[in-house]
Design a binder for this molecule. Structure first.
Ligand code: ADP
Ligand code: MG
Length: 351
C-alpha cells in the first residue's frame, strides 16, 4: 500500500523490516488494519508482504517467504490455506514452523473485563511444542486399511521447551508450571516429555511444578481455569488447550500467539483460524491480529509503540465496548479499528 501524503511518519532512524504473510480468509483484511494502525501511529516498521497462493502446486512462494523471514528475523502472519490435493504439498504453516525451527508456541490468555465470558480474570500462559509430536507428518498405509502415523517426541526438543517454560515463568513472576501429558497411555513418548519437565523443574526450586493428564486438564480448564499459571505440553495437546482457553475468554478473535526458535520469531492470532466464511464481510474481529502486532513490537524493542496499541485495545474493548459480532456486539471490524486509531494517535502518534 502507498503511504498517503501528509500522514505521520516516524521521525527517527531504526526502522524495522518485517515479513508479512497475510494468508487466506480474513488474513489480508486483518493485515490491512495492522498497516493502517501502524501508519496512523507513526510506528517505524516496514512490511515485506508475500502472498502465498493456496492453489499453487509448487513451493516457490513458500520458499520465498521463508527466505524473507530468515533475512528479517521477524514475521507477522495469518493462517495459510493449502488447497492442493497433491500429498507432496504439505501444510505451509507447518512447513514454515519446521523450516525455521520455531520449536515453541506461546499464548498468553488474559481476560478482558468487559467481554462476556464464562470465567473472569483468567490469566494463563500456554507453552506448546511447535515442531514435532503428532505434527511429524510421518503417515503411511502399511497394508490396505491400516494407517500408521508417527508421533515423535525428542529429548532435545522437550528439554529446550521445558527450559523456556520455566525461564518464562521465572522472568514473568509466575509461581507454577504444569506439564500436560497422557503418559499413562503413551508411556514412552509422553513419558519422555513428562520426565524431561520433571528434571528441568529441579533447576527451579522457587517455581512449583505439577502435571496433569490432558483429558482431566480439559475438564479442569472449563470448570476452574484459575488453578493454572504456566502450562507446558506437546504439540497436539497444545492446539486443543489453546483453543479451549481462547474460547474461555471470548473466542478466536481476541488472543495472539507467538512462535519462537533460537533465531526467528513469528507472530499470529493464537487460534490460527482462517475465517474463510466471514472474509470480506467487515465483521472479523481485528483484535487478535492487532495483539499479534503489539507482541511483535515488544519483541522488536518498541516498548512505547507496543504499549500504545495494547492500551488502545483495552480502552476499545473495556471502556468504549466497541465489540464485533463474535463478542455479541454490533460493531464492524472497521469501527473497532477506527476506535483504536483514535487512541493510538492521541497517545502520541508522533513520538
Ligand atoms: P472457517 O471455517 O471459516 O475458515 P475457522 O476454522 O478458521 O473458520 O475459524 C473457526 C471459527 O472462528 C469460525 O466460525 C470463524 O468465523 C471464527 N473466527 C475465526 N477468526 C475470527 C475473527 N478474527 N473474528 C471473528 N470470528 C472469527
Ligand atoms: Mg478452518
Amino acid at each position: 500500500a502507498q503511504r498517503p501524503v501528509g500522514l505521520p511518519r516516524a521521525r527517527y532512524g531504526g526502522r524495522n523490516a518485517v515479513t508479512m504473510l497475510p494468508g487466506g480468509g480474513i488474513g489480508p483484511e486483518l493485515m490491512d488494519y495492522v498497516k493502517e494502525v501502524f501508519l496512523e501511529g507513526g510506528i517505524p516498521v516496514d512490511f515485506e508482504t508475500i502472498q502465498i497462493d493456496p492453489k499453487s502446486d509448487n513451493n516457490d512462494d513458500l520458499e520465498y517467504a521463508i527466505m524473507s523471514i530468515r533475512r528479517n528475523g521477524v514475521c507477522i502472519k495469518g493462517n495459510i490455506e493449502t488447497q492442493s490435493l497433491d500429498s507432496a504439498i504439505i501444510s505451509r504453516n507447518v512447513a514454515i514452523r519446521n523450516e525455521l525451527d520455531l520449536f515453541m508456541n506461546v499464548i498468553h490468555v488474559q481476560s478482558y473485563n468487559n467481554i462476556r465470558s464464562r470465567h473472569k480474570n483468567v490469566d494463563v500462559i500456554v507453552v506448546r511444542q511447535n515442531t514435532e509430536g503428532e505434527y511429524a507428518m510421518l503417515e503411511h498405509e502399511s497394508v490396505k486399511g491400516v494407517v500408521e502415523s508417527m508421533k515423535v517426541i525428542t529429548k532435545t526438543n522437550s528439554t529446550r521447551l521445558a527450559r523456556n517454560a520455566f525461564e518464562l515463568a521465572k522472568n514473568n513472576g509466575r509461581s507454577k508450571v504444569t506439564a500436560i501429558h497422557k503418559a499413562n497411555i503413551m508411556k514412552l513418548s509422553d513419558g519422555l516429555f513428562l520426565e524431561t519437565c520433571k528434571n528441568m523443574s529441579l533447576n527451579y526450586p522457587d517455581i512449583k511444578f505439577d502435571h496433569m493428564i490432558i483429558d482431566n486438564c480439559c475438564m479442569q480448564l472449563v470448570s476452574n481455569p484459575h488453578q493454572f499459571d504456566v502450562m507446558v505440553m506437546p504439540n497436539l495437546y497444545g492446539s486443543i488447550v489453546s483453543n479451549v482457553i481462547c474460547g474461555l475468554v471470548g473466542g478466536a478473535g481476541i488472543i495472539s500467539g507467538k512462535n519462537y526458535g533460537d533465531h526467528y520469531a513469528v507472530f499470529e492470532p493464537g487460534t490460527r483460524n482462517t475465517g474463510s466464511s466471514i472474509a470480506g464481510t467487515n465483521t472479523a474481529n481485528p483484535i487478535a491480529m492487532l495483539n499479534a502486532s503489539a507482541d511483535m513490537l515488544e519483541h522488536l524493542g518498541h516498548r512505547v509503540h507496543c504499549d500504545k496499541i495494547r492500551t488502545a485495545i483495552s480502552k476499545t474493548l473495556n471502556e468504549d465496548m466497541v465489540h464485533t459480532p463474535d463478542l455479541n456486539g454490533t460493531a464492524k471490524s472497521s469501527d473497532v479499528v477506527q476506535n483504536i486509531i483514535k487512541y493510538v494517535k492521541s497517545i502520541g502518534g508522533r513520538i
